[in-house]
Structures are given as C-alpha cells and as structure tokens.
Design a binder for this molecule. Structure first.
Ligand SMILES: [Zn+2]
Length: 302
C-alpha cells in the first residue's frame, strides 16, 4: 500500500469511528427518537424517562425529560452513581437541574457529594432538619462552595423540571423536623403526567405512611420505601397506592435482609409487579407523550 492509500485508509477509519461515536451519543440524547414506527413499543414519542439506578444498597433515581432536563433523587452509598449516570446521560451533559436529598443517611447522601463535585447542579432540595448531621453539613458546604441554591422541602410545593413534568411534595408538612428516626424525615414526592402517577418515598416508614393516607397517593409506580424493609410499605399504605409496578432499590446479598419477605408478601397481596435493582439492574421506565409507558432493565426485567 502506498503512502497516499495509507493516509486515505486512516482518514476513512477516523470518519467511521467519529460517526459511530456521535451516533451513539445522539441516540442517548434522544435526538434520533423516531416519531412513527417507534421501535421501543411506545405509541408516542418519549416525554421523559425514569432510571432507578443500580447503585447497590442505597437509592439513586434519575428523571430525564426528552428536552434534556434532569433531576437526581439521592446518590447511593458511594461513587458508583457516576458510572451509572455515565451510562444514561449523553457525554456532554454535565448539568443537573435538581438534586434531591431525601434524607441524610449514608446510602443516599455519599454519592451526592461526588455529584456536587463533578456536575453543574442548579438547585438542591432537602428536608429542613432541626439537627443537621455532619454528613449533611459537608454536603451543604460543597453546595455553598459552588453557590448552589438550597431549598427546604415542604408539603404542597411544586418542583418543576419542565412545563409538563412537575413534582408535588407530599411530605414533610413542616420545617425544623426532628423525627427520632431520620428515615421519617424523608421527602416524599409524586410526579403526575397524563394521568400516570409516580411516587417517590425515600426511606419513610409506616409511621409516615399513615400520615399521608388522606392525600391523593394512588399511583401507578411506587419506589418502595426503605429498600423493602419490614417497617415500610404497610398494608394500608399499599392498598391506598395500589401500584401496578413497585421498584425496590436494594444491594445484592445485603446484610439487612432487604427486601423482607413480609414486604414482598404485602406487595403480592395488592397484585403489584415487583422489580428490584439487585436482580434487574438499572430499571428504566420510558413514558410517552400519550402517557403510555414501557420498562427496560439492564439485567433483564424477568
Ligand atoms: Zn436508605
């Protein structure tokens, strides 16, 4: 092969590699989502996706709208959230509109520290605690270094991701929280879109569940409280929510025995389909503009 041919060949290879790279990135960003003959099973273009990220024993959930707005609810127990986000966000997107800390337990807050260091976070939402623990003080100091506004969650507040994707805070109903169990300071939020409802509960236990029964908590998708512990997901609560799909964020072989058999039995009694990050990996729920939805799981959904 002469020098000219070699040059041409390496040029051609570079073009092919670059085209492939750009195609995968644009596909991730949803630019190539076709309007008709949707291959993904939806009968309308994707409005937003929810990713219940597989971060081991902890919670981390990303909500991403088709026009590129993102909310991250909790960050899991370590830096693994960075890798998980890298799998679902386009490489150039370093912005997160909202970071929500449901409550400052290590399995929710530690990954968020890494997020604040590496992403351009626009706003933080957290519960207003009377006694702020050291790990949350550190998290707050990282936010203050970058001058990120911090909002304290309160019932009735609306958190806007874009015009159509708006969350309502259901709990807490007061500031200066001082629950004995930090899990019961968890922010609970609901997202409603075209009649479909998604409930996010942090680690709230049955003590809190009973306080929100009178609100409109009936939902299609429920992020199960406290990793499927026996102290959350009471029968009364599940009968009020009647989730079609329940998602348990839990680590493989965790030492807490989560999820407990009692919780799984209660879910089975209300006829909910159960997906778990320890078995199914990252669970992606795509919601179409008509309110239709479909689920994909990184390790298979069965
Ligand atoms: Zn937890």
């Amino acid at each position: 092969m002469n020098r000219k041919s070699k040059l041409f060949l390496s040029f051609l290879v570079s073009v092919i590699v670059l085209t492939f790279f750009l195609y995968t990135q644009f596909t991730k960003a949803g630019y190539f989502t076709p309007k008709i003959d949707l291959p993904n099973g939806l009968n309308s273009p994707i409005a937003f996706s929810i990713y219940y990220l597989d971060v081991g024993q902890g919670d981390s959930i990303l909500i991403r709208t088709a026009d590129g707005h993102d909310m991250l609810i909790d960050g899991g127990p370590d830096g693994s959230v960075l890798e998980r986000l890298g799998e679902v966000l386009p490489i150039w997107d370093r912005d997160l509109d909202w970071v929500v800390l449901t409550h400052p337990h290590e399995d929710h807050i530690v990954g968020l520290d890494e997020i604040l260091k590496r992403y351009n976070v626009k706003q933080i939402l957290e519960p207003d605690l009377k006694n702020v623990p050291d790990n949350e003080r550190y998290f707050n100091s990282l936010g203050q270094e970058k001058a990120i506004p911090e909002e304290k969650a309160i019932k009735g507040e609306r958190i806007v991701l874009n015009n159509d994707v708006v969350f309502s805070v259901i709990y807490p109903s007061n500031f200066q929280m001082e629950e004995e169990n930090l899990n019961d300071d968890s922010i609970i939020m609901q997202l409603e879109y075209k009649g479909k409802k998604f409930l996010f509960t942090g680690d709230a236990t049955a003590e809190v569940e009973v306080k929100i029964l009178d609100q409109n908590i009936d939902s299609d998708f429920l992020k199960i409280g406290h990793h499927g512990s026996r102290y959350s997901s009471s029968q009364k609560f599940l009968e009020a929510v009647t989730p079609s799909v329940s998602i348990i964020s839990v680590g493989v072989g965790n030492s807490f025995g989560h999820p407990t058999q009692d919780t799984l039995d209660r879910l089975s009694a209300v006829g909910s389909r159960v997906l778990r990050t320890d078995r199914n990996g990252t669970i992606e729920v795509d919601v179409g503009e008509n309110g239709d939805w479909q689920i994909e799981c990184s390790k298979g959904c069965n």
